[in-house]
Design a protein around this ligand. Structure first.
Ligand code: ADP
Length: 643
């Protein structure tokens, strides 16, 4: 036994906070790291000491093995926990930690190397009688060989980075004519994210469920599973909502899949906590996808249902303790559901959002757990993951867990940065979700949830306008009207408001009419044309955040129309602008090219993902303002189409 006394938490955000809390509970001193951009980050509040590991880009700080090991030395750590993401599944890091005499809270470098490579992991799984998704994982990586294998497998076929994770380096091909572009783009994303562009091909299963098993293995040969989690609700192949247990499993299937998961873990001599992922089809056939050699984002749902603390168990295993749990002792109790709160815009291709959180008011109550990585004042930059927090609801059964989740999401307030809270609430209220009718195609099939979260009703806009007009900081000159221009997701609300009495205003523009306001703090009641509606609104330097009818909306202050412009907005004139700051990785068009609406113009990399910038209409390219490698600001013109 080698007890841990001082633990370096080699991560940031909510998982760093989670691990630091568990350390303190266990009498272990938590020690942190941070990049220059994170000098005031929330996770540092939970550390006894911390060291800077370099500049903002993760590659130069959180991913720099030498610097992280250097920080461990400087802070006199005797162990390191990698969290998830960053260095968690990099075998060289686990090896460097071991070489530096540190206890690595995770599996051995050998197990990480075997499982981190999807091709190698599938080979081992097959050898141990674990069914895998059919496809191609051979050595010949030439585009011609891959293309002919794709033809053999048939569409839809999935191109997948062997080193992949987080849905990156993955492309679904439904028409083989698009295979070459998909292969090239998957390889490019994989190389940028993982430094390795080896790919495998898999038959793309239609409407499967994602079911994964939590594994715990000690260093004395005991390997058990802690049941399943269902993580079918995904966007861009990344999990959004996860739960334990799954409605799709009965005791018999749980036992069969659990046994296969334990075999997969044993195939690499796995130790510590890990997760074996499967897809389950409508015939109840299951296929091994991969094993994640680390703690998962969604581990809390297992903790709540099994009454265990996985991080503390990780410490114990890493110190050499024997598991004092037998498979038969592991019995689920109740139901837990986790929702990931991300800074992103579901109505706009899940584009990551940046900014400063001006208000952060999480819900509380029975059966509610919040694992947050931010607080009011936190800066959300383009450098790191867009996940802000995880809300986990627990109840004696699934219905009560869903009800608690829904209620908690309704009262969660985050202002300053756009989040997916409205979408999460839509999911919690959705009939198919409530029935447990979920597959990985859920968010595509329930597209109405996403549109519904994007389009704001006029009532929400009126509450926002009321908040601006009644803001004591508003610009007032005598009796002249106050101009207000607020941009929603699809349209701009432009009015001039003139005060008629204490509470009465006349609005001219869109919308127009007379309305009465009743303002108490951020609660606003509006009466207009015999109707009464109420909501909450806060004004910040960039816009107004509104909660109306249990949904949140954000309106940005819109610039006045350009003088002399005849064609309307800038976009109407043909400028295609960057939706956010990022790096140009590919330019697909040249001046003079004819493009059709939705044709690919430019590929932008932001927050570690590639984003397709497409033509907003048919036209001819007038000019191209960027070249590959260029860094662009949000709003920068990328391509101009002829007017
Ligand atoms: P990553 O390591 O990037 O998370 P995974 O292999 O774990 O990639 O897959 C992530 C998700 O992508 C799965 O949960 C599933 O929704 C989808 N997926 C992966 N492989 C397949 C497949 N062969 N057929 C259908 N969906 C798949």
């Amino acid at each position: 036994m080698k007890p841990i006394r001082r633990l370096l938490v080699a991560n940031r955000g909510e998982i760093a906070v989670r691990i630091a809390r568990a350390a303190r509970e266990g009498g272990i001193v938590p020690l942190g790291i941070y990049s220059e951009a994170d000098a005031h980050a929330y996770h540092l509040e939970f550390m006894d000491d911390a060291a800077c590991v370099g500049p903002a880009p993760a590659a130069e700080s959180y991913l720099d093995i030498a610097r992280v090991i250097g920080a461990a030395r400087e802070l006199r750590a005797d162990a390191v926990h990698p969290g998830y993401g960053f260095l968690s599944e990099r075998a060289p890091f686990a090896r460097a930690a071991r070489d530096a005499g540190l206890v690595f809270v995770g599996p051995t470098p050998e197990a990480i190397a075997a499982m981190g490579d999807k091709i190698e992991a599938k080979r081992r799984a097959r050898e141990h009688d674990v069914p895998v998704v059919p496809g191609y994982d051979g050595a010949d990586q030439s585009p011609a060989a891959l293309r002919s294998e794709a033809e053999r497998i048939g569409t839809p076929v999935l191109v997948k980075a062997s080193a992949g994770g987080g849905g990156r380096g993955m492309r679904v091909v439904t028409d083989l004519a698009q295979f070459d572009e998909a292969l090239e783009s998957a390889k490019r994303e994989a190389l940028a994210a993982f430094g390795d562009d080896t790919v495998l091909l898999e038959k793309y299963l239609v409407r499967p469920r994602h079911i994964e098993f939590q594994i715990l293995a000690d260093t004395h040969g005991n390997t058990i599973h802690l049941g399943e989690r269902e993580c079918s609700i995904q966007r861009r192949h990344q999990k959004v909502v996860e739960e334990a247990p799954s409605v799709a499993l009965d005791a018999e299937l749980r036992e069969r899949m659990g046994a296969a998961a334990v075999r997969a873990a044993r195939s690499v001599g796995y130790t510590n906590a890990g997760t074996v992922e499967f897809l389950l089809d409508a015939n109840r056939d299951f296929y091994f996808l991969e094993m994640n050699a680390r703690l998962q984002v969604e581990h809390p749902v297992t903790e709540l249902v099994y009454g265990l603390d996985l991080v503390r168990l990780q410490f114990a295993i890493a110190s050499g303790a024997r598991l004092d749990l037998a498979q038969r002792d592991v019995v689920p109790r109740g139901w837990a559901i986790e929702a990931r709160i991300n800074a992103e815009d579901p109505g706009n291709g899940y584009l990551p959002a940046t900014g400063t959180i001006v208000r952060f008011e999480p819900p509380a109550g029975p059966g509610i757990r919040l694992d947050a990585g931010v607080r009011a004042g936190s800066e959300i930059s383009i450098h790191y993951d867009s996940m802000l927090a995880k809300l986990i609801a627990f109840g004696p059964d699934r219905d009560s867990a869903v009800a608690r989740l829904s209620e908690a999401l309704e009262t969660f307030r985050i202002d300053g940065v756009r989040t997916n809270l409205p979408l999460l609430l839509g999911i919690a209220r959705n009939a198919a979700f409530r029935e447990g009718n979920t597959t990985t195609a859920f968010l595509v099939e329930q597209a109405g949830l996403i549109d519904g979260s994007a389009e704001e009703p006029q009532e929400a806009a009126l509450i926002a306008i009321a908040a601006v007009l009644s803001d004591p900081r508003a610009w007032r000159v005598g009796h002249a009207g106050i101009p207000v221009r607020l941009a929603g997701t699809r349209r701009t609300f432009a009015v001039t408001g003139s005060q008629r009495g204490d509470e009465t205003w006349q609005l001219r523009g869109d919308p127009s009419g007379e309305f009465e306001l009743d303002v108490a703090g951020d609660r606003i009641v509006v009466r207009m044309e015999g109707k009464r509606f109420a909501g909450h609104a806060t004004v910040d330097p960039s816009g107004v955040a509104v909660v109306y009818d249990a949904r949140s909306y954000r309106f940005a202050f819109a610039p006045p129309p350009a003088l002399g412009a005849t064609g309307g907005t800038a976009a109407g004139l043909g400028a295609i602008v960057s939706p956010m700051p990022g790096k140009i990785v590919k330019v697909e068009v040249r001046p003079g090219d004819t493009v059709l609406e939705r044709d690919l113009l430019v590929v932008l990399e932001a927050m570690k993902m590639e984003h397709r910038i497409e033509a907003t209409r048919d036209g001819v390219v007038k000019s191209v303002a960027v070249a590959p490698g260029a860094l662009v600001a949000g709003g920068a013109t990328l391509v101009e189409l002829e007017a």
